[in-house]
Design a protein around this ligand. Structure first.
Ligand code: F6R
Length: 610
């Protein structure tokens, strides 16, 4: 969603903030803005569209100054116009606020402030914060912010500057991440570590209800009652030394699809014992003793990570006979879920910042349920707040549509199941070795798919103008159908539905005509014949079928319009392969339609609002 960066120090504030925004642009990209205090005078530049446009505006007329705050927006309240872009100010234009989150009672506060004479100029919920601070400020920005926060309902990460109390940035947070980076005679503020991790590795994580006052050579953190706190400085476990690069690929999405074989290989190297008879998950925060006591697993996640959870469920049930439920975090968090003493909650998240997933973790913990997360982003909120974390090690994912993180999530689920199965003694050493050997083939098999894309490109060319697609799969590839449909709609804006193939006759079959491409995931597995029955039903209604099938399956050719072959692999690992042609299909269709695949409209990489 939105991103925040702030800086106070001697460096050139415009370029430092723009560089930070560029690192955060994947979070939201409908508008952006920057505010600085230059010799105590507030200056603001804003624009709709990409950071590049803001950069150009600043090139023509830089702001300069001693400190500044900046924001990249993903609209929640109010259209993405220049007026609605942050930073936002009050009537006197002497206070600037950047905000991530949603103020739920803004209408009520706005009405009150309008009665008092305040004039509002935007459609945002954030503007009330600037006016409230303006109302309360008497020379001390921190005290005014403190008073304003007491009025707000909702979620926020805030950075505020004021002409009335210059030389400082005041920050606050509730349910949205805000971090402070400590430098030498300079300090930083950001919503994401990635915005400032190349500049410092000394970080303070602000907690809900805390207020930070950041000066050039001093940082003070207070609790909601104004008591000065002694906060721990954390040393980052990692540093991004350079910004994201496409390394010769036209788009991040394509680069990340191609990265998958290498990631699988390196994760296997990291996790698998040298003798290949087991895997290790050291220091994950949940002990083998605790895992032994678990009889019920609840996986909660969103979007693509939720799809990975479904593959995980099938796998865990098969090998561990473990009762596993998969829930949308946005449902789990509001359902007062049952917490037995033998339950483990597993959160899955690429970004580690997804608001609903984080709320699900907090809810589980409030019921004294242990939470283990699978997460790609070290030191993210989900990583920090879980009892334990299994890192995905997929590297930063920049393309908004998740690709490599999905296969890394699947791999983590497979490997963790082996680890858990060995602890529970329901997977023998021999069985573990067989699974590991099968997984060891995956990088090579993935590469084979990537090396032969002719049929995928032909399908993209043939069907890119269609308005609807259906994706069908069964068993381990039911989630693949969901993921294929999600990828296509995200990047190409084509309406697509993913369905369990057996459910087709209960409704979706009505959609089938000779204009509807139906992508059927039909590898040679235990449900192959069932899938063939479904394909016959589609063909009987003149639907166009694209099959994702196993190499050597000559029979399938007689049933369908196109076949995209994937190499043979054990049924349960096929989702690692079948998804790749679907990622590529979505990519090529989107390119043919002229869509921005890396930054599709209306989406954001980290969904930090609920
Ligand atoms: C789809 C996609 C989203 C995310 C979802 C959860 O391509 O990227 O559906 O999977 O927003 O995000 P994380 O995994 O970061 O919690």
């Amino acid at each position: 969603m939105c991103g925040i960066v702030g800086y106070i120090g001697d460096k050139f504030v415009d370029s430092l903030l723009i560089a930070g925004l560029e690192r955060l642009e994947y979070r939201g990209y409908d508008s952006a803005g920057i505010a600085t205090l230059n010799k105590g005078k507030l200056r603001i530049r804003k624009t709709t569209g990409k950071i590049q446009l803001l950069k150009e505006k600043l090139k023509n007329s830089p702001l300069g100054g001693e400190l500044g705050i900046a924001h990249t927006r993903w609209a929640t309240n109010g259209e993405p116009t220049t007026e609605n872009a942050h930073p936002l100010t009050g009537c006197k234009k002497s206070i600037a606020v950047v905000h991530n989150g949603i103020i739920e009672n803004h209408i009520e506060i706005q009405k009150e402030l309008i009665k008092e004479g305040h004039i509002f100029t935007t459609d945002t919920d954030t503007e009330v914060i600037a006016h409230l601070i303006e109302k309360y400020i008497d020379g001390n920005l921190k005290t005014a912010v403190q008073k304003a926060l007491k009025r707000l309902k909702g979620s926020y990460a805030l950075a505020i500057v004021s002409e009335k109390d210059p030389d400082k940035i005041v920050v606050a947070k509730k349910e949205n991440s805000l971090i402070i980076g400590i430098g030498e005679n300079e300090n930083f503020v950001a919503s994401d570590i990635s915005a400032i991790s190349s500049l410092t590795s000394n970080i303070i994580f602000l907690e809900d209800g805390e207020i930070g006052v950041i000066e050039k050579s001093k940082i003070e953190i207070f609790n909601g009652e104004g008591k000065l706190l002694n906060k721990k400085i954390r040393k980052l476990k990692w540093q991004l030394r350079r910004g994201p690069r496409k390394d010769g690929y036209e788009h991040f999405m394509l680069k990340e699809i191609y990265e998958q074989p290498r990631i699988v290989k390196s994760v296997l190297k990291r996790r698998v014992f040298k003798n290949k008879r087991g895997v290790h998950f050291k220091n994950i925060g949940i002990t083998p003793d605790k895992l032994l006591k678990v009889n019920r697993l609840v996986i909660q996640a969103c979007g693509t990570s939720w799809h990975a959870g479904w593959v995980g469920k099938y796998f865990l049930e098969k090998y561990l006979r473990l009762h596993t439920e998969v829930d949308f975090s946005s449902e789990f968090r509001y359902r007062n879920p049952i917490a037995g003493g033998d339950t483990l909650v597993m959160a899955i998240s690429q970004s580690g910042e997804t608001a609903d997933t984080l709320a699900g973790i907090r809810l589980a913990k409030s019921k004294f349920v242990q939470v283990l997360s699978l997460c790609n982003t070290l030191e993210s909120a989900i990583d920090r707040e879980s009892d334990g974390t299994v890192y995905l090690y997929a590297g930063p994912e920049i393309g908004v549509a998740s690709t490599k993180a999905y296969t890394a999530e699947l791999l983590a689920l497979f490997l963790f199941t082996i680890y858990w199965g060995r602890i529970k003694e329901c997977i023998s050493e021999e069985e573990a070795k067989n699974i590991i050997e099968e997984l060891g083939k995956v990088p090579y098999l993935m590469k084979k798919i990537l090396d032969n894309q002719k049929e995928i490109i032909e399908c993209a060319e043939k069907y890119y103008q269609c308005s609807n697609f259906l994706f069908l799969g069964r068993g381990f590839n039911y989630p693949t159908a969901l993921e294929g449909a999600l990828k296509l709609k995200e990047v190409s804006y084509i309406h697509a539905e993913g369905y369990a193939a057996g459910e087709m006759k209960h409704g979706p079959i009505a959609l089938i005509d000779d204009n509807l491409p139906v992508v059927c995931i039909v590898p040679k597995d235990s449900v192959y014949e069932k899938m063939l029955n479904n394909i016959r039903e589609i063909k009987a209604r003149r639907g166009k079928v694209v099959a994702i099938a196993t190499e050597g399956d000559e029979k399938i050719k007689g049933y369908v319009d196109h076949v995209i072959f994937i190499p043979k692999i054990k049924e349960e690992f096929s989702p690692l392969l079948t998804v790749i042609p679907l990622q590529l299909l979505a990519y090529y269709i989107a390119i043919k339609r002229g869509c921005n695949v890396d930054q599709p409209r209306n989406l954001a990489k980290s969904v930090t609002v609920e």
